[in-house]
Design a protein around this ligand. Sequence first.
Ligand code: NAG
Length: 225
Amino acid sequence: MELLLTVLVLVPILWCIDGYPTGAHSDACGPMIPRHVGAYPQHTPSPYSVLTNSKMFYPGYPVTVTIAGPQYRGLLLQARSHESNDALGSWQLPPPDTKFLNCSNNPHGAMTHSNPNLKGVTTVYSWVPPDFHGPIYFMVTVVQERTVFWVHLSSIHVFRGSGPPPGPVAGPGRAGTGAGAGAGAGAGTGAGRAGALATGGQSGLAEQTSIVALVMSFLLFAILG
Ligand SMILES: *[C@@H]1O[C@H](CO)[C@@H](O)[C@H](O)[C@H]1NC(C)=O
């Protein structure tokens, strides 16, 4: 009986603060804000930075993107321009523990997590630019833990190159191999770099929410036990 009560009361609480363990939904494509019940984005400086392997892009030639900083559990990653909120280009074969998300009528328009396993700088995302005059930037929402997340973190601007890409660059025919090939380079340049992309303000709202949930759980256990 006590166990049943505990389950009946606790499961909905934990469920509510758990957000989306299997990835963002398409309705998050525009706002890029997870709908965790009772959790708010961090306003403290983000410990993450969004890194690219190039400052230039050439339509059809993959650019790799990594998220440097502490390991994270969830994300929503898109390429954007300042012209609209559309997700641009097409992501390639998702790295482990991630999947495509259909954004802007494009089934490969965004990447999100497929489970809450930890991801890190060795998780490399490969993006194929469209025929766009650019510049573009990569925008990401990173979920470190269920209720601790930073929204709208941006990479540098990546400008459209003119003419053919310089040097031996992976070509358009290599869809699916780009993620693996880029892993070493992307991971090496990003490790340990902290971003300063978010501005100051209300800090710790999410932690307070977690603590309230924890205290409630503890009280319930105390009462029922
Ligand atoms: C992607 O979403 C659009 C609507 O936003 C829908 O029309 C389309 O069928 C979806 N594509 C896939 C492959 O689910």
